[in-house]
Design a protein around this ligand. Sequence first.
Ligand SMILES: Cc1cc2nc3c(=O)[nH]c(=O)nc-3n(C[C@H](O)[C@H](O)[C@H](O)COP(=O)(O)O)c2cc1C
Length: 153
Amino acid sequence: MKILVVYYSYSGITRRLAEDIALITGGDLREIKPQKPYSFSYNTAVKEAREEIERGYCPPLIQGTESVEDADIIFIGSPNWLKTFAPPVLSFLKAVDLDGKTIIPFCTHGGGGFGRMIEDYKNECKNSIIKEGIALKGDYSFDELKNRLNSNM
Ligand SMILES: Cc1cc2nc3c(=O)[nH]c(=O)nc-3n(C[C@H](O)[C@H](O)[C@H](O)COP(=O)(O)O)c2cc1C
């Protein structure tokens, strides 16, 4: 069973979670990178994110859209941005063929859990099997993650 761990991370917390998931599951790691990075200023980044999410904008990517044909299970990770996944993840979902794939969403957040992310994945990936997924705050422990992964797979 081939596992792929795909993620977008703005400030590194989701990257760490993605790396831990890849380590525990033996999956391949793939980072999604937008052509134009979001502002280093948190407040400006929130404004940019809000504007893009409101209009369903898919920012062009410089990395991450290679074929996922070989993967059976795809973990897809994002920070919770205004209750959903970050726009570069939407670009990824639209760029690759996820039909028939099992998707396990994961996110890191500042208290809002998945928000409405799971519903948004279900809307975007109508022909995929969307599992319950893993939402964690940045201060999760490796053992906690291991337990959550065991109950998800
Ligand atoms: C633009 C923006 C919007 C955010 N919106 C939310 C939110 O709606 N709910 C929440 O719990 N956290 C929110 N956060 C906090 C992030 O989800 C959290 O810090 C996350 O762990 C960051 O992951 P990263 O380091 O991989 O980018 C937001 C952060 C940013 C930058």
